[in-house]
Each structure stands twice: as structure tokens, then as C-alpha cells.
Design a binder for this molecule. Structure first.
Ligand SMILES: *Cc1c(COP(=O)(O)O)cnc(C)c1O
Length: 388
């Protein structure tokens, strides 16, 4: 690394005075529990998505868990998802008592392949959990067609999908429920948090009940003049709600979404323009009729054209002071799932090949033009130095 250049991290949150002021104001207000700021975040988010309901939670994981539980998914059921995801997508299915089933991905966009879903469907299949990988829209038309034909629930993991559109419509109401993440690495953060959107009234009611211990009233009502101290526990629920200062942060970030997405697109466009001349790389795709949220910028190395592996590429980037990441180590490579479900590397060959060759380059709103240039230059140089 050039000693005058500091390390360029893979990711950084973008927190301005807007967020800081909103959180401080909340801390001074005396109301930290779920309250008016949660309500405002939910209302504005629902309006933005065009969904009847938006439920703020303390993580996307909680939202996916609740959507499955509220739909009656449990022991004896199978839930189909992708191997190319974070552990949470699979774990929530396991937590309900259901059995996760993996269906291979499309090697072009890293999203679950609808044809592979259809091959994985059995009489026990109850739900499909597509993941909008990196902010790329899954093929929801094909997935919803399968769901209709086989009577399956669709819970979308949109942890990367704030900013993803299909045919001009923001994702969030295509499947039965959609869950967004506000973890600090995501496009918008509330520190920790998530939002579940749905048009299904019964599903929304059940999720709200289960999110607050199964209690009949929500905490906000209990502490206002509209509420009362009395409540009944109607289910053995969870403690999954978002607090008001998380909502203050999340809402302030969300109010900057246009600015964030414009910047992400600019950076992705710069990277696309710079890297397009390298045939050794497969660049990300934005399918016609969709908007990529540009949460991740994933490139794949074409191994037959290069003398270095993906792992070596990552080391070379690091030597140049640039952080990268890989999304994701496939589910069927992890010890727990291998031991429990008998999966092994090689079982989902498209996901395996993608994993072996993919790398996520830095893409975040605080990157300067110089930082983007530095990333592109590093990639160009490493590729040029290692052509076959
Ligand atoms: C971040 C992430 C999650 C988990 O989100 P949390 O809000 O941390 O629960 C789930 N799925 C994917 C694909 C993710 O990247």
C-alpha cells in the first residue's frame, strides 16, 4: 500500500447531523420505548412502499421469523430458500420447526433460480424465501407463478432490497410479506432494525401480536391516554419491537434515501464504466424493467482467464489498502447445516462456482470519486498483472 493512502474500508455508515439531532431529540424526549417515532417510521415506510402495513422490528431476522410463524409454518413443513444468503434466512425457518430446503441460484444475478425452486417442491413445501441478492430484483413473476400453482407462501428477504424496483414498483408487496434490514451495513440503518411490509391484514395483526410478547395492546397505547394498564397475553410471543430512538435514526436515514440511492447508482455506474473493458470480470447485472438497489457491487473473476484465485485477488486488494467482502459463504458450506441436513460443498454447483469466483467491492455513499477511482485502478492493475 502507498503509505500516503489510508485503508479504504469495505463499508461505512453515512450518519449526518440530521440523524444525530433526531436521536438526541429522542433521548431528551423521555420516550425511548416503541412510540410516536416508530409509528411515524412505519407510516412513512408503508406509504413509500405502497403497502397497507409496515411493522418496525429490531431486525430483519425477527421479521422473517414472524412472517413464517404468523403464516402457520412449523414442524413438518419445508421452506425453500437460496444457498447464497446470510444464515438468518435459513435459521428463521429452522426456528419455526420447519425444514429448510435449498434451491440453486442463477449464476448471472445470484438470486434463487425459479426452475430450481420448482424441482425442489414436494408435498411438504409451504413457503419460498427469495433473497434479492445485493439489491438485484429476483424473478418475482416466475416465483409468484410457482406460489400460485403450488399454493405456497412467499416471504421475501429484502435485507439488501431498499431501492429495488420491478416494473416501476418498489418491492415490498409482491410476496405475502417482505422484510427489509436496517443493520449498520445496509443501505439505510437504524443501528439495528428491520421493517416487515405486507398487504395482508391478518398476517400484519398476528406479526404485531407476536412481536410484543403476544400482548393484546401495544406498549405505545398502554402509556397514552388512549390506553390502559390492562392487557392479555394471547400467544407466547417474542420481544421483537423497534425502540423509538432506533426509529428516530432509521427515519432520519430513510428521509435521505433518494440522496443515498442516487449516490450508490453514480458509484456503480463509475465502476461499470471503468471495469467494462476487462473481459476477465463478470460485472453485476440490472435486468431490464428492474432497478438495482446497489447494496452490493459483486464482480466475478473468470478463472480460465486469470492466474490468480479469488482469495489471492482479495489479498492483492488488501495489499493496496482496499477492503472487500464475499456475499456469501454458501449455506451448505457451514458446519452446522452440513451436519444437520447432510449438505456438502458441491451440492448446489451454480452457487458453489459463484462463491469460488465472486468478490464484493466497496460501494457506499461516503466514497469519494478518488476512492472509486482507487478501487477501479486497483482492480484493473491486479487483472492486468495476472492475465493468462
Ligand atoms: C443482513 C442480512 C440479514 C439479516 O438482517 P438483520 O437485520 O441483521 O436481522 C438477512 N438476510 C440477508 C441476505 C442479509 O444480508
Amino acid at each position: 500500500m502507498n503509505e500516503h493512502e489510508s485503508f479504504l474500508p469495505y463499508n461505512l455508515p453515512d450518519i449526518s447531523d440530521v440523524e444525530i439531532d433526531a436521536v438526541v431529540e429522542t433521548l431528551r424526549s423521555g420516550w425511548l420505548a416503541p412510540g410516536p417515532r416508530v409509528k411515524r417510521f412505519e407510516d412513512d415506510f408503508a406509504a413509500f412502499i405502497g403497502a397497507k402495513h409496515a411493522i418496525a422490528l429490531d431486525s430483519a431476522t425477527a421479521g422473517m421469523h414472524l412472517a413464517l410463524l404468523a403464516s402457520g409454518i412449523g414442524a413438518g413443513d419445508e421452506v425453500i430458500t437460496t444457498p447464497t444468503t446470510f444464515a438468518a434466512t435459513v435459521n428463521v425457518a429452522i426456528h419455526t420447526g420447519a425444514t429448510p430446503v435449498l434451491a440453486d441460484i442463477d449464476g448471472g444475478d445470484y438470486c434463487i433460480d425459479p426452475a430450481a425452486i420448482e424441482r425442489a417442491i414436494t408435498l411438504r413445501t409451504k413457503a419460498i424465501m427469495p433473497v434479492h441478492h445485493g439489491g438485484t430484483a429476483c424473478r418475482m413473476d416466475a416465483i409468484l407463478d410457482l406460489a400460485r400453482r403450488y399454493n405456497l407462501l412467499v416471504v421475501e428477504d429484502a435485507a439488501h432490497g431498499l431501492g429495488t424496483h420491478i416494473d416501476g414498483r418498489h418491492i415490498g408487496t409482491f410476496g405475502d410479506a417482505t422484510v427489509f434490514s436496517f443493520y449498520p451495513t445496509k443501505n439505510v440503518t437504524s443501528g439495528r432494525g428491520g421493517m416487515l411490509t405486507t398487504n395482508n391484514d391478518a398476517l400484519a395483526d398476528r406479526c404485531r401480536l407476536l412481536a410484543l410478547h403476544g400482548m393484546s395492546n401495544d406498549a405505545w397505547d398502554r402509556y397514552t391516554d388512549r390506553g390502559s394498564w390492562a392487557y392479555q397475553v394471547l400467544a407466547a410471543g417474542y420481544n421483537y419491537t423497534m425502540s423509538d430512538f432506533q426509529a428516530a435514526l432509521g427515519h432520519a436515514q430513510f428521509s435521505r434515501l433518494d440522496e443515498f440511492q442516487r449516490r450508490r447508482r453514480e458509484i456503480a455506474t463509475m465502476l461499470n464504466e471503468r471495469l467494462a473493458s476487462l473481459p476477465e470480470l463478470q460485472l453485476p447485472v440490472e435486468r431490464v424493467g428492474t432497478t438495482h438497489a446497489w447494496h452490493l457491487y459483486v464482480v466475478r473473476l473468470r478463472p480460465q482467464m486469470l492466474t490468480i484465485s479469488r482469495d489471492e485477488f482479495i489479498v492483492k486488494m488488501k495489499e493496496r489498502g482496499i477492503g472487500t467482502s464475499v456475499h456469501f459463504i454458501p449455506i451448505h458450506h457451514h458446519p452446522y447445516y452440513r451436519a444437520t441436513y447432510g449438505w456438502a460443498p458441491g451440492d448446489f454447483p451454480v452457487a458453489d462456482e459463484a462463491f469460488a469466483t465472486m468478490v464484493s467491492l466497496p460501494l457506499y455513499t461516503r466514497m469519494t470519486e478518488a476512492a472509486v477511482d482507487r478501487v477501479a485502478t486497483a482492480v484493473e492493475e491486479i487483472v492486468r498483472d495476472h492475465r493468462t
